[in-house]
Design a protein around this ligand. Structure first.
Ligand code: ADP
Length: 386
């Protein structure tokens, strides 16, 4: 038998698990995956894959048997199951007591408010009337199960309130109403924290969302006041410590026009706003997530270049299906410094299927290169050859 490091079980076969495989291979850390189906994104690159449902305790027991620790590609594993695994002696990282704050937006709001940390004004609501009583416009959210903008509605009228409340109530989750923040832009703070309490904070980034989906991330956030950047990093480190998060914590933030930061939501796994670290930081978020869950010393989060821009590749028009690889000759020849990350996913319009990172000395140049490449893969540039 080769001299193997402890096995890390990962629940969920999406692109985040797939991207953990690269640093795992470099560090010689075996991964064992619980994937929802054969051939999904992470299952293509992790040979030790078990197919099963993350809501099935037997599947969870099977994938964690003999593993030193279990971690996640998504936050949807029921906390009861995680408690059962922990009771059976499995190191669950992050632990269910922390993870619940990334699963349930009302629990997260309650806790952050208790800690005195800055959030938009919020309330759990039980009727359209209660929403209107808070004052319109506002934002309505399901507290569980929403992602990429699904389960989020902007409420401007009585009609909106009735319609969105009916839709959100139908999910069976509690319903949260929030003040509609008139933000200047969206920021994100990504930090890694290990069980022994070591923490590393990446630079604060700016992210652009369209229809609730992250499209573009710039690191560091341009023109961010240094004092606000420090405050945002400290906020994320405080949340990581107070909630006892292990692994990566991503804190999505609103930068208000009057120079404050408010917490939007939390993720306790590598996050889209941290993908730039694969090529733009000394240690990627994926590597630091693995180091953290194994309680190894963390790697430096320092940037490798003054600027890194990440642009997501989304599935383009239906006629482009199956043509991602066709984009390589042009994209790679045009920009030899471009870094491409594809997820092995079937193309569907609007679906995240990969991203590109461009780093360098000049922000405008990085933006242009990354945007061009992503648009090229998406098929938006037609057959122009430039
Ligand atoms: P998801 O869980 O789908 O990522 P979010 O809570 O992050 O949902 O909301 C998706 C997007 O909706 C955010 O990125 C932001 O652009 C917008 N949004 C969410 N909450 C608010 C708010 N209180 N005020 C203004 N915009 C908001």
């Amino acid at each position: 038998m080769p001299d193997l490091a402890p096995t890390v079980a990962v629940i969920g076969g999406g692109q985040l698990a797939r991207m953990m495989a690269e640093p795992a291979a470099a560090l010689g850390i075996p991964l064992r995956l619980l994937a929802e189906a054969e051939g999904v994104s992470a299952a293509q690159v992790i040979p030790d894959t078990i197919i099963g449902d993350h809501r099935d305790i037997e599947a969870l027991r099977k994938v964690t048997s003999g593993a030193a620790v279990v971690t996640f590609d998504h936050e949807h594993v029921p906390t009861d199951h995680l408690h059962a695994l922990a009771d059976a002696g499995v190191a669950v990282r992050p632990a269910p007591e922390a993870l619940v704050h990334a699963q349930d937006k009302a629990v997260m709001r309650e806790r952050l408010t208790q800690l005195g940390l800055p959030c938009p004004r919020w309330a759990v609501v039980h009727s359209p009337e209660e929403i209107e009583a808070l004052g319109l416009p506002c934002v309505l959210k399901v507290t569980r199960g929403g992602y990429d903008g699904r389960g989020v509605w902007i409420i401007r009228s009585h009609h909106d309130a009735e319609e969105a409340f009916a839709q959100s109530e139908a999910t069976g989750a509690r319903v949260l109403a929030e003040e509609l923040v008139d933000f200047h832009r969206e920021l994100a703070a990504v930090v890694a924290r290990s069980p022994s309490g070591q923490a590393a904070a990446y630079p604060i980034v700016a992210s652009t969302q369209l229809d609730g989906i992250c499209h573009e991330v710039v690191s560091p956030a341009p023109d961010l006041a240094p004092e606000l950047a420090t405050r945002a990093q400290q906020l994320a480190l405080t949340i990581a410590k107070e909630l006892d998060v292990v692994g990566i914590l991503a804190v999505e933030l609103f930068e208000t026009r009057d120079g404050r930061v408010l917490v939007n939501e939390l993720a306790m796994r590598p996050h889209n706003t941290g993908h730039w670290t694969q090529d733009g930081a000394v240690t990627s978020q994926f590597e630091n997530h693995l180091r953290a869950v194994l309680d190894l010393p963390l790697g430096s989060p320092a940037p490798r270049a003054p600027w890194t821009v990440m642009v997501n590749i989304l599935g383009g028009p239906a006629e482009q299906v199956g043509r991602l690889y066709d984009g390589y000759p042009h994209a790679l020849a045009r920009d030899p410094r471009l870094r491409v990350h594809l997820y092995g996913k079937e193309l569907r319009p609007g679906r995240k299927v990969g991203h590109v990172n461009a780093y360098g000395e000049d922000l405008e140049d990085c933006l242009a290169r990354a945007r061009h490449a992503a648009a090229w893969f998406r098929g938006d540039l037609g057959n122009e050859s430039e």
